[in-house]
Design a protein around this ligand. Structure first.
Ligand code: SF4
Ligand code: SF4
Length: 715
């Protein structure tokens, strides 16, 4: 690992965390965005729209050369000069040389993330050409000497007071921090720039192969001025922006503003094609098509879906990590989930390393992406690549390879931990304060103690009085269920027995492997997948049920992916995936639980927290609510019910506890605001995090697993 890079990154995280205004601004924007976006898509089928975009983009990716040739041919026929730049240096070199040939000293720019990617402004300045950014946000960033912190709203992190100060320096007058006034100042200043410019440089949202034309989607009208006023227009466009037809471009224009900012459509949609008359001559149009890692991305089986991105920025808008630290920390040139992936391909794994690890894996980005990109899975893959590239750290490596893979040793160590912790727990199930250098772990949440007796030791003593079992299921407990919350296993038996199901606990099951996989140790995760498949299929159960959604995802998704190339294991992994269900879905879908558990609970209020991997991984969110409501509880929805709680396994312990703490703070606030005396959830990890946060803050709200609440009404 690169220690200096990590230290530098941690400093930036700390600085961002010390700015509550930044988080406040990003949270407010995130809330307003969610409402506007929902309104904008109210009359549309988002799933159908994004399925369409994914198809368009995949078609181009898979027939890359054909569409590239078609675009170049048609753009040239319409009078454009097209240059294919293999990398950033080639693109900059072309534009700089063009400026020199035309004796251009002043350039106006608009709407080009690609030029951020190539650091074009620096290259121009170095050669005596002054570039003026004309997007308001970009201009503010330029004056501040910063880089954008969002792809669609580059200055989202700045406050009007800071902007007023920057503008005052520029105009030499004291400009008041009034937004309307500041916009007027910008308009006046930039107008001079357009009139004096020798060249206009833009990007493009879409390039159409069928026509050789470009599309720009903007709100300020500056792209129109940039591309029409100067006699030379240079469009710097990533080759991933190509779509086959005009109709495909319309499909993207229909979705882009809705998903980017929640607008039905932007103020301006500019369609540019070929050279047009300009005075007594023709305007010059140069299109610089930028590869810079895109072809390499297309060739990566695990990451190539990232080329479906239409750069709407929504993956950042909904990301809890982005909302906590902002784009200057959670991004390099491009920000948020897609930024992590593009950074790895455009700037190399070294630049992406810290970003890859900063993702908490909540899948909010996956849900909102109009390109239907499974961003989280790609980030996970990059983590594995990072593991190969620079290792996962000696400590982790030793633990995963020598302890986690050896079930007996791993479990004996957990039993030993339960004895060693005695002086800390003082007989309680909760650790309130850890000593010495561990103390920071319990500053912001309590932690559960390791149980005196793990579930596996209790299992044979659990009576299961089921006369005529309807199903025989195997329970995959996962480490937390087994060694921290064994009572959840007992609760599961109580509920399932009542519904005529017997439960087996295969003792050879081991950790699901997620800690290893999320740390980049694919080899250990693969070994654990084999151990668990063998253990769980041994008794040929009707179903395998879990109470932990991360384990559910592991059994349903990851084992198959890890063993997909291994003929001896592939079918077994598929068989296990087919049999695996989260317990609340099992109860609702297979056991008619909503009717059979009806009206048994007292009518106490409860609010519900959606675990990320349950809702956005396993697709389960209606089921636990249905069970709680049917049983007689009053379900009061909290705000942001499906926002991450900040647990993320080792994320909240070792890699990013400061970010996890802040994300938990938001969750606790939402729970308090719901007014419910109890918060239910379906993940032992979330339970650890949320219960710990509520206890530490002294909030009198009970945190419980849904299965726990169902079991206690049956007692
Ligand atoms: S990855 Fe998806 S959500 Fe993120 S910017 Fe691209 S299209 Fe938008
Ligand atoms: S998975 Fe969650 S934390 Fe990771 S990038 Fe996506 S939204 Fe952000």
């Amino acid at each position: 690992m690169n220690k200096a890079r990590s230290r530098h990154y941690k400093d930036r995280v700390d600085r961002a965390l010390a700015s509550p205004q930044l988080q406040d601004a990003l949270h407010k924007f995130g809330d307003a965005y969610a409402v506007s976006r929902a309104n904008a898509f109210a009359a549309y089928d988002f799933e159908a729209l994004r399925g369409g975009i994914a198809r368009i983009k995949d078609e181009v990716r898979d027939n890359h050369q054909r569409y590239l040739d078609e675009f170049i041919r048609n753009a040239a026929a319409a009078g454009a000069t097209v240059y294919l730049a293999s990398d950033a240096a080639a693109a900059n070199d072309y534009i700089v040389r063009l400026a020199q040939r035309r004796n251009a000293k002043r350039v106006v720019k608009s709407k080009s993330m690609a030029s951020e990617e190539t650091h074009l402004n620096k290259a121009l300045e170095k050669n005596g050409v002054h570039a003026l950014e004309t997007d308001l946000g970009e201009w503010i960033i330029q004056l501040a000497g910063q880089r954008p912190s969002h792809m669609v709203m580059p200055a989202i992190h700045m406050f009007k007071e800071e902007v007023a100060e920057l503008f005052s320096k520029e105009t030499g007058r004291a400009e008041p921090p009034d937004i309307e006034h500041l916009v007027k100042v910008a308009r006046e200043q930039l107008r001079q720039g357009y009139l004096a410019a020798d060249m206009g440089i833009s990007g493009a949202n879409i390039a159409i192969a069928e026509t050789g034309g470009l599309v720009l989607v903007t709100n300020e009208g500056n792209a129109r001025l940039t591309t029409t006023l100067p006699k030379i227009h240079v469009a710097l466009v990533g080759i991933d922006k190509i779509v086959p037809t005009l109709a495909d471009a319309v499909d993207i224009v229909r979705v882009l503003p809705k998903n980017a900012t929640g607008q039905a459509i932007t103020s301006y949609v500019s369609w540019i094609r070929g050279a047009v008359p300009c005075d007594d001559t023709e305007k010059e149009l140069h299109i610089v098509l930028l590869d810079n890692g895109r072809s390499q991305l297309a060739g990566s089986p695990s990451c190539r879906d990232a080329l479906r991105c239409i750069r709407c920025g929504a993956c950042a808008n909904v990301c809890p990590v982005y909302q906590t630290v902002g784009g200057h920390v959670f991004g390099h040139i491009y920000i948020g989930a897609i930024g992590i992936i593009l950074t790895a391909f455009f700037d190399g794994l070294d630049q992406a390393a810290e970003l890859v690890r900063a993702c908490i894996g909540c899948r909010a980005c996956v849900e909102v992406c109009p390109g239907k990109i499974d961003l989280e899975s790609i980030i996970l893959h990059l983590r594995e690549e990072m593991g190969d590239y620079e290792g996962i750290g000696t400590g982790k490596s030793l633990v995963f390879k020598n302890v986690l893979r050896n079930r007996k040793l791993f479990h004996s160590l957990l039993r030993t931990a339960s004895l060693l912790q005695k002086p800390l727990t003082r007989g309680e199930r909760t650790i309130r304060h850890l000593p010495l250098f561990f103390s920071s772990l319990t500053e912001w949440r309590t932690l559960p103690a390791v149980a005196d007796q793990p579930l596996r030791d209790l299992w044979s003593k659990l009576p299961q009085p089921v006369q005529q079992p309807r199903y025989r299921v195997a329970f995959f407990g996962g480490c937390l269920n087994d060694f921290v919350y064994p009572e959840l296993g007992e609760n599961l038996v109580t509920v399932l027995n009542r519904l005529d199901v017997t439960v087996d606990y295969p003792l050879d099951q081991n950790c699901c492997g997620i800690p290893a996989l999320y740390s980049g140790d694919r080899e250990t995760a693969t070994e654990l997948a084999k151990q668990n498949i063998t253990a769980l299929l041994a008794g040929n159960p009707d179903y395998v049920v879990t109470t932990c959604p991360t384990c559910t995802m592991s059994l349903q998704r990851d084992f198959g992916e890890l063993l997909g190339d291994d003929p001896a294991w592939r079918d077994k992994a598929a068989r296990l995936a087919e049999k695996t269900l989260d317990v609340s879905r099992f109860i609702v879908e297979k056991l008619d639980g909503v009717n059979r558990l009806k009206g048994l609970a007292d009518p106490t209020g409860v609010t519900y927290h959606d675990s990320c991997h349950l809702k956005r991984g396993a697709g389960v969110w209606r089921e636990p609510r249905a069970l709680l409501a049917a049983s007689g509880r009053e379900v009061n929805e909290m705000a942001h019910a499906d926002r991450c709680c900040g647990f993320g396994g080792s994320y909240s312990f070792t890699s990013h506890p400061n970010i996890a703490k802040r994300i938990l703070g938001d969750k606790v606030d939402d729970i308090k605001a719901s007014g419910a005396p109890c918060v239910a959830m379906d993940c032992p990890g979330c339970l650890m995090q949320i219960r710990g946060g509520l206890e530490k803050q002294g909030v009198p709200v009970r945190a419980a697993h849904t299965i726990e609440l169902l079991a206690e009404m049956l007692d």
